[in-house]
Design a protein. Structure first.
Length: 385
């Protein structure tokens, strides 16, 4: 694998995290689940990929998300957000808000629509990202900053709209190995040189129960997410009225555990290089897995939420009027042509089936919303879950 060489500071950072992971493995008797490894690699205070200082987002970072690709994403999503706020409460909560680009785009678009929320709360654990989000909002929407506040835990109760873009894919997953002899959990141990190595243990408890319910033909290796459904169940307790808008890459269960996907969906990103080796420079590398949307909807519905729609991102954005939003930003002839081309090319990335339009899905789970949602008026694929 040939990847860009990190700076000496970045390498020292990764080594400190490796030492912490090694200590954790030794303390736990020589083995930890991959979910625990991923949790520490991404979120160990001060050292994890998201809680440390890595650049992460944008062209100088490791990956690019929809709000970073184009402001059209937030401007178009605002149409759906406004509808849910009108039917519930004028309040938005965004967990894991990245650079703050989506917050700025949504707030400015909602202002233009006359649908500003009273409050826009960001649930962000990383101090560095909070500072970046504040700087983005100060630069782009300083007059709206008084409506924005930051949380470090979920509120006890909430009404309004929760917007989670690429949050579920960043939650820890367990690795499961189905073989003829049974179902094993693949975890992490240390070899004779104290390097990380894979080790399978018999799966137990909730993981075993979840693995038994997945129809795969052994041998098969994949992920089972317990954290993402647990987070949805938590939201089912918190959400009084309104909706969770979940945008992420993933599939319904049947497709997720397709016979051809027998090595799972785990992916790592380092400076725009994708690879499949999570032991490579933990703390500097993003680790993600695709989302099993069937598991997400089951968790939500069993906990009392209603499925309000599920569609590909392209279809959802077109339903919300992406083309009209783009037309609205068409410059007068001869002016700002380059800006328009950039917007049009961003729109293409967001909706094209060969880019983000099909792989990325939008799922909305809600409570107390009676009217059909604009984002799903055509092409709702709830029946595929
Ligand atoms: C891939 S980034 C996406 C960031 C941003 N939403 C965007 O689209 O650019 C994933 C984010 O989800 C956050 N995250 C993961 N689990 C979370 C949780 N339980 N609560 C809040 N944020 C979480 C991570 O800290 C990280 O900032």
């Amino acid at each position: 694998m040939s990847l860009p060489i990190p700076s000496p500071e970045a390498l020292a950072h990764s080594e400190a995290l490796c030492a912490l992971l090694g200590d954790e493995i030794r303390t736990q008797g020589g083995w930890i689940s991959f979910a625990r490894f991923m949790e520490l690699a991404l979120y160990a205070p001060g050292l994890g990929y998201y809680s440390g200082g890595a650049q992460k987002f944008g062209s100088a970072g490791d990956f690019v998300t929809a709000p970073e690709i184009s402001p059209l994403f937030g401007r178009t999503l605002a149409v759906q957000v406004a509808q849910v706020m009108a039917a519930s409460a004028p309040d938005i909560l965004e967990p894991g808000a990245g650079t703050g680009a989506l917050a700025a785009d949504l707030l400015l678009a909602l202002e233009a629509m006359g649908s500003l929320p009273e409050r826009y709360r960001i649930l962000e654990l990383s101090g560095e990202l909070r500072a970046r989000q504040r700087a983005t909002l100060e630069a782009r929407a300083p007059h709206l900053l008084p409506r924005v506040s930051w949380l470090d835990r979920l509120p006890e109760a909430f009404s309004g709209v929760v917007v989670a873009n690429e949050v579920l894919d960043a939650m820890p997953v367990h690795l499961v190995h189905w073989v003829d002899g049974g179902i094993f959990e693949r975890g992490v141990a240390l070899d004779a040189d104290a390097a990380f190595t894979w080790q399978d243990h018999p799966a137990t408890g909730a993981l075993l129960a979840a693995a038994q319910s997945v129809p795969v033909a052994a041998p098969y290796l994949s992920e089972i997410a317990l954290a993402a459904p647990a987070w949805i169940r938590e939201w089912a307790q918190i959400l009084q009225s309104g909706a969770l808008i979940l945008v992420d890459y993933g599939f319904p269960q049947r497709e997720f555990y397709h016979p051809q996907r027998n090595q799972g969906t785990l992916m790592c990103h380092y400076r725009h290089h994708a690879h499949g080796e999570p032991f490579h420079r933990p703390g500097l590398t993003d680790i993600t897995a695709h989302v099993d949307f069937t598991a997400v909807v089951e968790a939500g519905v069993n906990a009392g939420l209603e499925l309000l729609g599920y569609a590909g991102q392209g279809q959802f954005l077109l339903n919300c009027g992406l083309t009209q939003v783009l037309e609205h930003h068409t410059p007068a002839e001869g002016t700002a042509g380059a800006d328009y081309l950039r917007l049009a090319s961003g729109a293409q990335k967001l909706i094209s089936p060969s880019e983000m339009g099909e792989l990325f899905k939008v799922m909305v789970l809600g409570r107390g919303i009676e009217e059909p949602l604009v984002g799903f008026i055509r092409g709702d694929r709830s029946h595929t879950l």
